[in-house]
Design a protein around this ligand. Structure first.
Ligand code: GLU
Length: 221
């Protein structure tokens, strides 16, 4: 178990994501991280830490040090690789174009990793998760949604994932299989989360994603 929260909208994403993660602490975790699309720098900032969410709040000035209206956050319960900053999510593709969080276990990750290594991708963590952003990057031409659909069709195991990409600011793609994920809709803002309490401060308009159902979230819906 662990927690995922994502936000795209008019507010600053990081404080909302961090607050949402605090509502998911009951699920247990050993490390945490957050990624936000920084419009001024046209880049995705990632901050991660081992241990409590409190450490992440300190590192990011409660999210205020990470400007931007689109972000994803994660509390990790390690299954592959030790609890460490390096193994904490979000993970990004080798070229830093695709950034994502994952809850679950990718059973065929070694096979996928070997294929990606042969195609020249480098890996920096010990997680099963890191194959996902690289696989999405591999399939990415000009449509993030299409690339996520192709990449997730190759995954065996369980996953709830939230994905953002440098080329498609303010868009968040989500999908789940055998791991929980909900979508929340507010006024000019959209959310994903592992469980409803994470978004209740912002909206009661909540939709439970079905298995293998995808969501494309923008500030408009
Ligand atoms: N299997 C992934 C990892 O070890 C995700 C763990 C989780 O669900 O928190 O990083």
């Amino acid at each position: 178990m662990c927690g995922i929260v994502g936000y795209t909208g008019r507010e600053a994403a990081a404080p909302i994501v961090l607050n949402g993660l605090s509502k998911l602490e009951y699920r247990g975790y050993d490390s945490a991280g957050v990624a936000v699309f920084n419009e001024a720098e046209n880049d995705i900032d990632i901050v991660k830490t081992k241990g409590r969410l409190k450490n992440l709040l300190e590192k990011t000035d409660s999210g205020k040090a990470m400007p931007g209206g689109c972000g994803i956050g994660h509390t990790r319960w390690a299954t592959h690789g030790a609890p460490s900053e390096k193994n904490a999510h979000p993970h990004c593709s080798d070229d830093k174009m695709v950034v994502m969080v994952h809850n679950g276990i990718i059973e065929n990750y070694q096979e996928l990793k070997d294929k990606l290594l042969r195609k020249g991708y480098a890996f920096y963590s010990e997680t099963d998760t890191e194959v996902i952003p690289n696989l999405i990057d591999y399939y990415y031409k000009d449509d993030l949604f299409e690339a996520v659909v192709k990449a997730t069709s190759k995954l065996e195991g369980s996953f709830a994932i939230g994905v953002i990409a440098k080329n498609e600011p303010n868009k968040l793609i989500a999908v789940r299989k055998d791991s929980p994920l909900i979508v929340g809709l507010g006024k000019d803002e959209s959310f994903i989360a592992s469980d409803i309490p994470a978004v209740l401060n912002h909206t009661r308009d909540v939709y439970l994603l079905e298995d293998k159902e995808f969501a494309i979230l923008t500030p408009n819906g």
